[in-house]
Design a protein. Structure first.
Length: 99
């Protein structure tokens, strides 16, 4: 029967494998964080450019299509003339002193 080795050697291999997996996980996590930061920066820059482009577009559109100011003569508002009062054909009700 072949001897596999000592328990110390097996433990060393297990510890080395654990350390390798830990380092790989840690590296992956750091890479993930840097990728997220990069994506956030790209999104903020793109969003800012879109907002700036919209503001510039609206400003240019407002200046290009603005109506020419035309001087207008002051408009005189007609003053209402009081209608002539004519006596009505029907007598108005009057109060009697007894009521």
């Amino acid at each position: 029967m072949a001897v596999r080795g000592t328990r110390g050697a097996q433990r060393t291999r297990t510890d080395a494998e654990r350390a390798r997996l830990y380092a790989a996980r840690r590296q992956w996590h750091e890479k993930q964080g840097s990728r997220r930061r990069r994506d956030t920066v790209i999104a903020v820059v793109a969003g800012g450019l879109i907002v700036i482009g919209a503001v510039v577009s609206q400003t240019v559109h407002a200046q290009v299509t603005a109506p020419d100011p035309t001087p207008s003569a002051p408009v005189e508002t007609p003053t209402p003339t009081p209608a002539p009062t004519t006596p009505s054909a029907t007598p108005l009700p009057t109060q009697t002193p007894g009521e």
